[in-house]
Design a protein around this ligand. Structure first.
Ligand SMILES: [Zn+2]
Length: 407
């Protein structure tokens, strides 16, 4: 009984305390608002009236009078940059970065933001200058990441390698996949400048950095082929199978060309026929078709595609089959005059040839955009294979398999 009475008395007391606490909060809020300088409301007014330049001036005044409002500036700067108004974002962040009274961490924050503004505005030199000032401190890793992005845009691969190595230490995370790709980029530059020794040096470094890198052996093969050592080139290209066989279709055309230069087309055809029996078949279909057509003629090519259709019926194989049939029809017509008396048979052949050509054209039209490489990070679809996605700029995000989707 005593216990229940105690609760009856305690309840109004609890409500009373709650009411007092609420009042205290409201009073505190009012007193805080009262402390805000007039410029703050002036700035807010300008912003609401879509006069951002005057708003910035007013907010700069607020920051001068009350250093506690720097967060407001950062919010404004971020807002401007997101809206693509980089000039305004730069002004806001510049004001912050040059203020001597600002504590060091906040000035570093401003420099970091400024670097990103410059990058967005395409002022790469200035971006680099701002970000390079943040070599240590809480923004060092973030600044380095943006710098890395910047070096990739500028194609400054050596600087990119340095930045990635530093990031490796700062973040305790492996960047070997990217570093190996940067080495490959440098090798490709060297190849273009006709400096194969430099190219080989970079490619060996790429392999040492990331033994799983497939691009390096492909390029090592290119270097050997350019030097006239076709056997060595074939060794590099076919050696990809030991790393990741799914990349073999990327070198199929190179392999066919190399065997042709050695006058060993038969070996290339055997290799391709072997691949057609496995899961890489859709990727090498085109190369196999062209090689067979060139070496053994349209009838053999049509036979190969018919076999393939029985094994793996795909729209692409069907298209190739009709391409071969149309080539057979064209070759028959080109043989010339049909002997007299067989004119009717010849007319039928013409008719069948025209039908085949029509079906081929229709299939070609339908399958033209069918096979595309797709980035697994951002979904960007591309006709060509890329080591760095043009959509999201990430490395090695494309599988060497094209997806067949209609649309
Ligand atoms: Zn992507």
């Amino acid at each position: 009984m005593m216990f229940e009475t105690w609760w009856l008395l305690a309840l109004p007391l609890v409500f009373g305390l709650g009411w007092m606490a609420a009042r205290f909060d409201v009073r505190q809020l009012i007193s805080e608002q009262g402390a805000l300088p007039r410029s703050y409301f002036k700035g807010l007014n300008f912003l609401l009236n879509e006069q951002p330049d005057q708003a910035i001036d007013a907010f700069v005044e607020v920051a001068r009078l009350d250093p506690e409002t720097t967060e407001l500036h950062f919010a404004l700067g971020a807002l401007f940059r997101r809206r693509g108004e980089t000039e305004r974002a730069i002004r806001v962040h510049q004001n912050l970065a040059t203020r001597p009274d600002l504590p060091e961490p906040e000035r570093e924050h401003a420099l970091f933001e400024l670097g990103q503004d410059y990058l967005r505005a395409g002022l790469l030199d200035r971006a680099e200058e701002s970000l390079r000032r943040l070599m240590s401190g809480p923004y060092a890793a973030s600044a380095k990441r943006v710098l890395l992005e910047l070096y990739e845009v500028e194609k400054e691969w050596q600087k990119a390698i340095e930045a990635a190595r530093e990031l490796q230490t700062l973040e305790q995370k492996s960047y070997s996949l990217q570093i190996a790709q940067f080495c490959c980029e440098l090798a490709q530059d060297a190849l273009q400048r006709k400096r194969p020794e430099d190219a080989v040096k970079w490619l060996n470094q790429a392999v040492a950095e990331n033994p799983a890198n497939v691009r390096a052996p492909i390029l090592l093969g290119d270097v050997a082929a350019a030097a006239g050592d076709t056997r060595a080139a074939l060794g590099h290209w076919l050696g990809i199978e030991r790393q990741d066989a799914s990349f073999l279709p990327l070198v199929a055309d190179r392999v066919v060309k190399a065997y042709a230069s050695l006058d060993e087309q038969g070996v290339a055809l055997e290799w391709l026929r072997g691949l057609l029996k496995g899961k890489l078949a859709p990727e090498v279909l085109d190369t196999a078709y062209k090689a067979e057509l060139e070496v053994n003629g349209p009838e053999a090519a049509a036979r190969l595609m018919r076999e393939q259709l029985r094994r793996q019926p795909t729209l692409l194989a069907l298209t190739k089959y009709f391409e071969a049939q149309a080539a057979v029809a064209a070759a028959t017509q080109a043989i010339g005059e049909t002997p007299a008396g067989q004119a009717e048979v010849a007319d039928d052949c013409d008719e069948a040839g025209r039908e085949t050509t029509a079906i081929r054209d229709l299939l070609q039209l339908r399958t033209r955009n069918l096979a595309r490489y797709t980035c697994r990070e951002c979904g960007f679809r591309a006709r060509l294979f890329y080591w760095q996605c043009p959509g999201c700029n990430r490395w090695e995000t494309y599988a060497p398999r094209r997806s067949e989707t209609l649309g």
